[in-house]
Design a protein around this ligand. Structure first.
Ligand code: SAM
Length: 309
């Protein structure tokens, strides 16, 4: 495939099951990918346009230097590699975002997300936590910390001991970089050992199957993290402690989970709602009818509702 290949011909070959190794000018490959994107939306087809690299060097005309970006995404170079141009552009974009960082007014600082880590590009949920008055709390947990942004807010609000967890090693590394010595970051499935006065969690907002590692922070298969958090949190709270769940109503708008189902889930986990605040998302990709909520939950006095088998 080279500069003479038309988008129609490329797509015909892809539809026959071929993968296309690009030999022409790099910028023309980008244009071809854009043209393909106008003809098909299928990720598999769009991922069929491949770029060759040797130790992260692309030997094509007008190719960018992608060494650092690839190092961050894939680790040390390993010789010849063929990767989908579409993926490579994502790797380059992630590197630029990490370098530039995302400015968060609530912290008056920049957060530098690593490749494969949920980036706080929508800052409304960060402000929601920052603006919520704290109950008395010495120890707080941030479950599924990602870049460590919410743990940083908890530290900023004056909580003395903050422990953050994530089950994605990339997130653990990123959060350690964000938080330094101000908080402890542990690789764990949901909860760290011990108990806290306040436990915060911002799980992926949409129930659904993640297709790539990048999806795991957006899709929560069978609401596993949400349910794991709700059903486990009582056992990790100190008496009088609160669980704060940050969740948008996107899943409700997409009719993937109803409000009643969410409230039933709270009840089944033995939790009651003691407060709720909300914010309208400001991010340009958010739906304009979407609302992000901070649910303040506490163990209910009544025994948890257990469904009979
Ligand atoms: C929507 S992101 C939120 C990240 C960050 N707290 C924020 O608000 O920007 C959800 C995070 O939960 C993590 N996660 C998913 N399942 C988890 C589990 N079982 N235990 C710990 N972390 C988990 C993901 O890796 C991801 O970083």
């Amino acid at each position: 495939m080279d500069d003479t290949t038309s988008a129609d011909r490329a797509l015909r070959l892809i539809r026959q099951g071929r993968t296309l190794r690009w030999e022409g000018d790099f910028q023309n490959a980008r244009q071809l990918l854009t043209a393909l994107g106008r003809r098909t939306r299928r990720p598999r087809q769009l991922n069929s346009l491949l770029i060759a690299m040797t130790d992260y060097e692309i030997r094509l005309r007008r190719a960018p230097d992608v060494y650092q970006a690839c190092l961050e995404a894939y680790g040390p170079p390993d010789g010849e590699r063929l990767i989908p141009l579409r993926e490579l552009l994502g790797v380059i974009g992630a590197h630029q975002l990490r370098k530039r960082g995302i400015y968060l007014p609530a912290l008056d600082t920049r957060i530098h997300p690593h490749y494969g880590v949920f980036a706080p590009t929508r800052s409304e949920y960060v402000a929601l936590l920052a603006n919520e008055p704290l109950p008395p709390a010495e120890v707080a947990f941030d479950i599924g910390t990602g870049t460590g942004v919410l743990a940083a807010v908890l530290v900023h609000k004056g909580i003395r001991t903050v422990i953050a967890t994530d089950n994605n090693p990339r997130a653990v590394e990123c959060a350690r970089e964000t938080l330094g010595t101000r908080a402890q970051v542990i690789e764990a499935d949901l909860f760290p050992p011990g108990r806290a006065d306040l436990i915060v969690c911002n799980p992926p907002w949409v129930p659904g199957r993640p297709m790539t590692v990048l999806d795991t922070a957006v899709y929560d298969e069978d609401s596993r993290m949400l349910r794991g958090f709700l059903h486990g949190v009582r056992d990790h709270l100190n008496p009088g402690g609160e669980a704060w769940l940050i969740l948008s109503d996107l899943a409700e708008l997409l009719e993937l989970r109803s409000r009643a189902e969410l409230l039933d889930e709270f009840q089944a986990a033995g939790l009651e709602v003691v407060g709720r605040s909300s914010a309208a998302p400001t991010h340009r990709k958010a739906r304009n009818d979407e609302t992000t909520y901070l649910w303040r939950l506490r163990p209910s006095e009544a025994a948890p509702f257990v469904e009979e088998a």
